[in-house]
Ligand binder design. Structure first.
Ligand code: AMP
Length: 286
């Protein structure tokens, strides 16, 4: 199938095109990604396709959102395959800027959201969100989208971007798409490609623990975070005895504040290293 999709590598060219499209009253949706796309990413593009005239998908492995011990170098990449997949999901423009263009040598401006970046992911990856908000702010400035689609899998990221949109008065609607999972429940992630076939089944421990927590809340009326956390830890270690749990957190869905009692508005988020691969997942407990 021949596609009319454009691949743009130049920031000024992307900026010019975005302005021209806006001048023609076309609405623009942005789907930011780090590439190595899976069905989760493609579901975001399909959602964007329904909501805007033009869908811009960015593919950029953002170096500044990785910590010194993170997997920036090893992070999987496959640009050719990504471009094909974006075209087949209905994308119009792929924006693939090179890191030297995004962060020239004299780069010195960063965007920080405070408070809500201090917990959960922010506690274990202290420079992560400043990297995310800086690159997303730059993408917003270049692409000038009317809406941006992000995945619920990175729930705290959604909260942080929403805060930035509102604090910095970006005229952008944030759309949140549900987490797409593999058949066994593992949330799709580019990092799942790190697993060997023997390791891969262990990666379901996050989803198994979340399901267990939700069942205990809905079926047995358990409302104590500590009780759920203990059981979830057992479930994780019974599936993967070598797993390292960074956190299991119970927070209010709207404020990201920790809760003392589980309610219908509580979300459970967790980060676990399975055979050295750091996975995150979450589930609303209602
Ligand atoms: P990434 O390439 O990991 O930075 O992700 C790019 C976007 O895709 C983010 O908004 C993610 O939340 C979203 N995403 C990643 N995995 C999934 C998934 N399994 N289901 C839905 N969205 C996802």
């Amino acid at each position: 199938m021949k596609s009319n999709m454009k691949t743009i590598r130049s920031i000024p060219q992307m900026q010019k095109l975005a302005r021209a499209m806006t001048a023609q009253n076309m609405t623009i949706a942005l789907v930011p990604t780090m590439g190595f796309l899976h069905d989760g990413h493609l579901s975001l593009i399909r959602r964007a396709r329904k909501l805007a005239d033009v869908v811009v998908t960015s593919v950029f492995v953002n170096p500044i959102q990785f910590g010194p011990k993170d997997d920036f170098k090893a992070y999987p990449r496959n640009e050719k395959k990504d471009i094909k997949a974006i075209a087949s999901a209905g994308g119009d423009i792929v924006f693939v800027p090179r890191a030297e263009l995004v962060y020239p040598v004299d780069f010195q401006t960063f965007v920080t959201v405070e408070k809500i970046t201090a917990t959960l992911e922010g506690e274990f990856r202290p420079t992560h969100f400043i990297g995310v908000t800086t690159v997303v702010a730059k993408l917003f400035n270049v692409v000038r989208p009317d809406l941006a689609v992000f995945g619920m899998k990175d729930y705290q990221q959604v909260m942080v971007i929403q805060q930035m949109i509102s604090d910095l008065n970006y005229p952008i609607k944030l759309i949140v798409a549900p987490t797409v999972r593999e058949k066994d429940g593992l949330a799709m992630s580019s990092r799942n490609s790190y697993f060997t076939p023997r390791q891969r089944p262990k990666a379901i421990c996050l989803y198994a623990a979340l399901k267990q927590a939700r069942a205990m809340v809905l079926r047995d009326g358990v409302d104590k975070p500590a009780v759920l956390k203990r059981k979830m830890t057992q479930v994780i270690l019974s599936i993967c005895p070598t797993a390292q749990i960074d956190y299991i957190a119970f927070t209010d869905f709207d404020s990201l504040q920790p809760v003392k009692r589980i309610t219908r508005n509580t979300i459970c988020s967790l980060a676990v290293r399975v055979h050295g691969v750091r996975l995150i997942d979450n589930m609303k407990l209602s």
